[in-house]
Design a protein around this ligand. Structure first.
Ligand code: PRP
Ligand code: MN
Ligand code: MG
Length: 179
């Protein structure tokens, strides 16, 4: 798998350090609030694991599976809920956990839904932010690293469902997705 990677952007050590740092920030900001860490499947899996082990406080973890189709030229991204929550979010503080924010469609949809359902607060923690990809306005409150517009994989991020298990974030070689 390493052969398919052009360049490593963030090493395991850098990612783990960043996750621990973000966890400590969340610990302070959410003291006494018993927040729900809401991971969006499947990309958030490694990050939610790293985050939660550094949060020394009562938290709940939940998951949703949401898929977005970025086809076409319009700015109306279609987002489908594939697996919904089976708990109430009413009056709860929600921290959405993401591997990456790109167009912003996925989060826009999920945030609106959670607010509609009466969440007390909704914020986003993402390991990677790709602001150049943004189509709808979306500013995650907690960001690990800001990245340029490149095809990145690893640490939850896939190409055609593979590479999620790489313990680092890297740029995929063009020849891999051109063939
Ligand atoms: C990817 C990524 C984010 C989302 C970001 O998920 O994990 O959830 O896209 O893109 P956006 O800001 O343009 O909406 P994807 O829908 O590919 O599912 P996955 O997590 O299972 O890979
Ligand atoms: Mn995802
Ligand atoms: Mg994906």
């Amino acid at each position: 798998m390493r052969n398919d990677i052009k360049e490593i952007l963030f090493t395991t050590e850098q990612i783990e350090e960043k996750a621990a740092q973000l966890a400590k920030e969340l610990e302070v900001d959410y003291a006494g609030k018993k927040p729900i860490l809401l991971g969006l499947l499947k990309g958030s899996i490694p990050f939610i694991g790293d985050l939660m082990k550094h949060m020394n406080m009562p938290i709940q973890i939940e998951f949703m599976d949401v898929s977005s189709y970025h086809g076409g030229t319009t700015s109306s991204g279609q987002v489908k809920i594939l697996k919904d929550l089976d708990i109430s979010v009413e009056n709860r503080h929600i921290i959405i956990v993401e591997d990456i924010v790109d167009t912003g469609f996925t989060l826009t949809k999920v945030i609106a839904l959670l607010k509609h359902r009466g969440a007390a607060s909704v914020e986003v923690v993402t390991m990677l932010d790709k602001p150049e990809g943004r189509v709808v306005e979306m500013e995650p409150k907690y960001i690990g690293f800001t990245i340029p517009k490149a095809f990145v994989v690893g640490y939850g991020l896939d190409y055609d469902e593979y590479y999620r298990n790489l313990p680092y974030v890297g740029i995929l070689k063009e020849e891999v997705y051109m063939k």
